[in-house]
Design a protein around this ligand. Sequence first.
Ligand code: SME
Length: 161
Amino acid sequence: MPIADRVHEVRKEVAELVSAAPTPQDLMREMVKVLHERMLKYNWVGFYLLEPGAQPPMLVLGAFEGAMTPHTRIPLNQGICGAAASSGQTVVVDDVSKDPRYLACSLETRSEIVVPVFVHGKVVGELDVDSHFPAAFTPEHQELVQYCALLVGKKMEASGQ
Ligand code: SME
């Protein structure tokens, strides 16, 4: 199946999860499953959420699919994850071996995307996807992962978070 068709299908599937999921936590759990199963190059998919009230701010691992990572708590000044959360910008790394910020989760990881999740304009966490393939996150993929992060932020807003 061409990638554009696959992205289109998965976009519909994740959108359907929003109304089916009772809580944002349920939505994140179901979303990482769909992305990991359906997007063949998404070898690790997970959410990190900012710990409420933590000083200094800390990203804490939430729902994920893939091998357990040693990085369950990440300060904002570390990693690709810290860079995305502190800047509020999507970070795409085509070759993690060339990025000094990179914190290794799996030796097989070659590329990574991290997209912040916003609630009422503030970063509350992020969606992180790792791939065993170099430069896996082309613009179509970036758009899909950003859409997923947007859905979670909207669900959090709708649930009063
Ligand atoms: N690679 C991330 C750490 C998280 S693991 O990939 C799951 C980073 O550099 O922040």
